[in-house]
Design a protein around this ligand. Structure first.
Ligand SMILES: [Zn+2]
Ligand SMILES: [Zn+2]
Length: 105
C-alpha cells in the first residue's frame, strides 16, 4: 500500500519551522477544504497561532466583548449577522485584507 503522496496537500508553519502533510486529516474528514480547516483550527488550539497561508475571518463586535474567529467566511458572516440581529450591535468583519461593517437591519 504505497499510495502516491502527490495529491496530499501540505501545510507549513514558519513559526514552528515545520511542514505537515494532511493525510491524517484527509483520512478522517475526506477531501476538501475541511482538512485544511481542521488542521488550522487544531494548530491554533495547540500553539496559539495559525499555520502559513491561513488567515481567519474575524468578527469583532464594536459594542461588547463578543467576537469570533472563523476560517470559513460564511461562518464568520453568519455569526456577525446573527449577533447584529439579536443585539442591535454593529460588528467589524475582517477578512481578505479588508474590513466590512455589519450593522443591524
Ligand atoms: Zn505553528
Ligand atoms: Zn455585541
Amino acid at each position: 500500500m504505497s499510495e502516491s503522496a502527490e495529491n496530499v496537500p501540505t501545510v507549513s508553519c514558519s513559526r514552528c519551522g515545520e511542514t505537515w502533510t494532511l493525510s491524517h486529516e484527509l483520512d478522517e474528514l475526506g477531501l476538501g477544504n475541511g482538512a485544511l480547516e481542521a488542521f488550522a483550527i487544531d494548530h491554533r488550539e495547540h500553539t496559539g497561532h495559525y499555520p502559513d497561508d491561513v488567515t481567519p475571518w474575524v468578527a469583532d463586535c464594536r459594542h461588547c466583548p463578543d467576537g469570533v474567529e472563523r476560517i470559513d467566511e460564511t461562518a464568520a458572516r453568519r455569526w456577525a449577522n446573527s449577533h447584529a440581529r439579536h443585539t442591535g450591535h454593529g460588528i467589524d468583519l475582517d477578512g481578505d485584507g479588508s474590513t466590512e461593517r455589519v450593522t443591524p437591519e
